[in-house]
Design a protein around this ligand. Structure first.
Ligand code: FES
Length: 621
């Protein structure tokens, strides 16, 4: 979305007349797309700056009169390409995470064609490159195990092939950080095209939200309040189209992060996957990336510390997923910027929650889009943002959101009427989490923000499943459920097990929230008083490994404390008796993962992928 001043409208009008598309001025009649905030004709190709084709990275592959380049050109010819298709043009890699096993990306084959159309129009040469898909619902043990693999693949695809710039297609939870991490490390001009949220779910006239309503109705099913027929109807009605989860889960959080970091076109992250504006955004991205190559506007030129502060504030204003904490630390690490958990807590204390979206609020992403989308929220949040941050448009964030408007003040609140004054995320510390833990108070029962209870400890996910509904389990509503060996190395891969199920006997008694603690993550669509990302994790000897059944655990969100009421002497005795477990992977990617994965408070990147140390361009011979 771009605001177009009157002068630009007149230029468009003159252009249309000049090229014979209209015979009289039509500015007032140009269709105005209020959701996009743009006149359709603003998407006409802009004149390119003077070009030196030899300055293109891809020239090294295609240009020289030597044997290697002969091979590249002759093999391009074998695919039906004329030299006129690519000679002297920016080669744009379209990294596509489409797959038959990823429902959130099922429309991305078509979107790749839309991107290509834009690239061709702007004088570039599009090359689609498939990359592994991280299908959140199908991939085991967890997509988090493979985020860094996709990041590596993205970086190496861009480095090893003749790419001058790239368009990244994805959106399902880990895909966005993975693609961006790779592109930031490759440091080419890059635009991210978010897959877009799916349509609202529907069941018997009620609106259903991904994840949030699954958890809600599953609890009712386990409590005996939903029969088989109703459950099957929910199954049929909760996912109605292509696209990502339409609550403010990890997918919408991270695509919003991509946008506020300046790595998408303005407004891109809010457009529903099946809305006609989505392919338009894709083709606009294709056009813009060609310009970015000529402008030499690279990913790390855009990313600054202020961009990440903006992204944190936006996640807080959106009521975004706790997963964003891990992903943003990793993204910043790729740009050579150090983000700490304390930065999240500092900003959380002063940033209001403005998006009334599930799981923290009432509405869904489709409503958010109609209400003005992310640009409108950013405008409402402007006093908390650095508006001078650069974006892929070549303009500042402030310029991009200049004409944004809120069309529904209950979906996107103003700072004078927030959903929550502050405190969307809280970073906890104490003798249970010396390196930190995360909770999302806006998605928890306020009565549990300060709580002390007896620990019920599960050593593994399997043990939890075996015991949780045992009628003999000595648990009540005040108990604290604790799960260990669910962290980055322990699970491994840090699955979304942190929303531990409430024991069935308590569900039947009407309990719907309890304090739960783990070194796991939680789906961004989930809710509950769940303390997550406990670091260091229990598998490497973090204090959660020392917690015993019956110990009193104290949570205080206001004072940011998480402790077990156990003396230092007793903890020392337990530590002396503690023995580490062996990792479960003797070879392969799993072994590499266990050797190099970092802890949650450090972003869970591989230690050898962080930083900005230059890597030489490949030799071409
Ligand atoms: Fe893909 Fe939720 S399962 S975004």
């Amino acid at each position: 979305m771009e605001c177009q001043p009157v002068k630009t409208k007149v230029k468009i009008q003159r252009y249309l007349m000049n090229v014979g598309l209209v015979s009289k001025p039509v500015v007032e009649a140009l269709p105005f797309d209020s959701a996009q905030g743009a006149y359709q004709n603003t998407s006409l190709p802009k004149p390119m700056p003077p070009k030196d084709p030899k300055s293109l990275r891809s020239y090294r592959w295609y240009g020289p009169d030597d044997l290697r380049s002969f091979g590249h050109r002759s093999r391009a010819a074998s695919m039906g390409c004329l030299q006129a298709d690519y000679a002297g043009k920016p080669v744009i890699a379209i990294i596509n995470t489409w797959s038959d096993i990823n429902p959130c990306h099922s429309h991305l084959r078509e979107r790749a064609q839309d991107v290509k159309r834009g690239v061709w129009q702007a004088g570039g040469f599009p090359v689609e490159m498939p990359a592994i898909t991280l299908g959140e619902t199908f991939q085991k043990p967890t997509t988090m195990m493979y985020r860094n693999l996709l990041a590596m693949e993205t970086e190496e695809l861009l480095r090893s092939y003749p790419a001058d710039g790239c368009v990244l297609l994805g959106g399902c939870d880990k895909t966005t950080p993975a693609l961006l991490m790779g592109a930031i490390s490759a440091n080419l001009p890059a635009i991210f095209v978010p897959a877009g949220p799916m349509l609202r779910g529907n069941w018997r006239g009620q609106i259903l939200g991904s994840g949030s309503d699954v958890s809600k109705y599953w609890a009712e099913r386990r409590a005996g309040n939903i029969d088989q027929q109703a459950w099957m109807q929910i199954e049929e009605g909760i996912a109605r189209s292509a696209g990502t989860c339409m609550t403010m889960g990890t997918a919408s959080t991270m695509t919003g992060v991509a946008e506020v970091l300046g790595l998408t076109l303005p407004g891109a992250s809010s457009i529903p996957a099946v809305d006609a504006n989505h392919p338009k955004m894709a083709s606009r991205s294709g056009r813009r990336i060609v310009e970015m190559v000529w402008e030499d506007l690279k990913a790390r030129d855009i990313l600054r510390e202020a961009s990440f502060n903006n992204a944190i504030a936006t996640v807080l204003a959106l009521g975004g997923s706790t997963n964003a904490v891990i992903h943003m630390i990793a993204l910043a690490g790729r740009a050579g910027i150090k983000l700490t958990l304390d930065r999240f807590d500092d900003l959380s204390r002063k940033t209001p929650l403005l998006a009334n979206l599930r799981p923290s609020g009432k509405y869904l992403m489709e409503d958010f889009y109609y209400a003005g989308g992310l640009p409108a929220l950013l405008k409402a949040l402007a006093s908390h943002l650095d508006l001078q941050s650069l974006t892929v448009t070549g303009k500042t964030l402030g310029e991009n959101i200049g004409c944004a408007e809120i069309f529904n003040g209950d979906v996107i609140r103003g700072t004078d009427n927030p959903v929550l004054e502050s405190g969307g995320l809280a970073i906890l510390r104490g003798n249970l989490a010396p390196s930190g833990a995360v909770i999302k108070p806006s998605a928890a029962e306020p009565a549990l923000w300060k709580h002390a209870g007896r620990a019920i400890v599960f050593d593994s996910y399997d043990e939890m499943n075996a015991r949780i509904d045992d009628p003999a389990l000595d648990v009540d509503a005040n108990s604290v459920l604790a799960l260990r060996n669910a962290g980055p190395k322990g699970a491994p891969g840090m699955p979304e097990w942190g929303n531990l199920p409430i024991p069935q006997k308590l569900l039947k008694a009407g309990v719907r929230d309890m304090v739960r603690i783990s070194d796991a993550r939680m789906s961004g669509t989930s809710y509950g008083a769940c303390v997550l990302h406990v670091a260091p994790e229990s598998f490497v000897g973090g204090p959660l490994a020392l917690l015993k059944e019956g110990d009193i655990v104290e949570l205080n969100v206001t004072s940011r404390q998480l402790n077990m009421r156990v003396s230092d002497e007793e903890l020392a005795r337990r530590r002396a008796a503690w023995r580490p477990k062996a990792g479960i992977y003797p070879r392969g990617y799993g072994k590499l993962f266990l050797q190099h994965i970092k802890q949650a408070d450090e972003g869970c990147d591989f230690d050898f992928l962080e930083g900005t140390a230059p890597i030489p361009e490949p030799e071409i011979h």
